[in-house]
Design a protein around this ligand. Structure first.
Ligand code: PLP
Length: 382
């Protein structure tokens, strides 16, 4: 992930990250989830938006619990947050990492009997904070139902095998939370409830962003939103309740008038049959503007929606801007690619045949990044 971004005049596109909107989204989710606590998932560098900026903003909004995927992300986040907030590492302790967790005050999520044993050994005769992950329907990460059952069947409901662990949370993760009607939601919730009842008392956490919108029965003691904080729609069947956080604008660097029939771009996949005006913008798949958007994406200039024509190449896209006012089309003019007057994050994802998560986490390092907070513009230190 980029720690520096090119200066405005050197960049082909401007990526604006609205920390004010991020904060409003946190507050929105916090209110919806109360009395449960609202954590923040900032893995993958806060879904590509920069955990070093996103983390402190959320902490300032009152967030006290953060989740990352990797130990290294946790170490970087602790540096950005300073002491105080809890930082959980979802992947848990890999072999020989105990001292790193302790040195940076990171709390592992324990996903297997092996990780549980490792962390208990690290505790020695002291007590160490941990969360326990039980898989209730993804077959991916966490104790299996059998392993959780064996744990609970041990002496004193598993208390003995959990000795030395200061169990902060028992968590699980929903597979289909973005489909409110899916039968697996209820099944996972019920399975989670029975594990919570069988194991030693600990706070429960099940809901991701979409899980929050399944209602209070899914909130337990802590909710773990990610994508909704960053403006992705957690309720794909309904209007997006979240504020837009990301806006990407590209700069036209060349305008081409096509008079005689001619093809545009690699593979000659688009052929202009008559007179067309083509604008070239220096954003490509190397910037995370996915190649799947070839002939599928749209952009907006001067209030007019214009199609991406031909292939998305590594560094460039070509837009058919014939429908836009001629005076708006010139080198230097800005084109909305994501957000703003352009397609929403979720529209871009749909055009690419993917999800907003992938669009965000793919955002590249060649954009000029600008962090906004309210009216004031914050160029930031990274
Ligand atoms: C990524 C993740 C989340 C956040 O999911 P969103 O759908 O982005 O809200 C929550 N919990 C776990 C375990 C995750 O891996």
């Amino acid at each position: 992930m980029p720690t520096t971004s090119p200066a405005l005049e050197q960049a082909g596109a401007i990526l604006e990250i609205d920390l004010g909107a991020l904060g409003a989204n946190y507050e929105n989710l916090r209110q919806r989830s109360a009395p449960a606590e609202c954590a923040a998932v900032v893995k993958a560098d806060a879904y590509g938006l920069g955990a070093a900026r996103v983390g402190p903003k959320l902490a300032a909004m009152g967030c006290r619990t953060f989740f990352v995927a990797h130990l290294a992300e946790g170490i970087a986040l602790r540096r950005a947050l300073g002491p105080g907030p809890s930082v959980y590492v979802l992947n848990g302790p890999l072999p020989e990492t105990d001292s790193d967790f302790l040195a940076h005050d990171l709390t592992p999520v324990l996903n297997s009997p092996q990780q549980l044993e490792q962390w208990r050994r690290a505790a020695g005769d002291k007590s160490l904070a941990a969360a326990l992950h039980i898989d209730t329907g993804m077959a991916r990460l966490g104790l299996t139902a059998n392993e959780a059952g064996e744990l609970a069947a041990g002496p004193r409901r598993g208390t003995e095998r959990l000795a030395g662990l200061d169990l902060q949370f028992i968590i699980s993760h929903l597979a289909c939370a973005d489909q409110p009607g899916h039968a697996l939601n209820r099944a996972q919730r019920q399975s989670f409830e029975s594990h919570l009842a069988a194991l030693p008392p600990a706070r429960g956490s099940l809901a991701n962003s979409s899980g929050i919108f399944l209602g209070p029965a899914y909130h337990f003691d802590l909710v773990r939103p990610g994508i909704a904080l960053y403006g992705g729609n957690p309720t794909p069947d309904r209007a997006n309740p979240m504020a837009e956080v990301v806006r990407l604008r590209g700069r036209i660097i060349q305008v081409r008038e096509i008079d005689t029939p001619e093809s545009v771009g690699y593979g000659a996949t688009y052929r202009a049959a008559g007179p067309r005006r083509i604008a070239t913008v220096p954003v490509g798949y190397a910037d995370g503007y996915l190649r799947a958007l070839s002939g599928q994406g749209v952009a907006n200039i001067a209030g007019i929606s214009v199609p991406i024509v031909g292939r998305v190449s590594m560094d460039l896209i070509t837009l058919d801007v014939t429908a836009a006012p001629r005076e708006a089309i010139h080198p230097g003019a800005l084109v909305d690619l994501i957000g703003g007057a352009g397609p929403s994050l979720d529209d871009v994802a749909a055009n690419a045949g993917t999800i907003g998560y992938e669009i965000l986490t793919a955002l590249g390092g060649r954009y000029h990044r600008r962090y906004l907070d309210g009216a004031e513009e914050d160029q930031g230190h990274d």
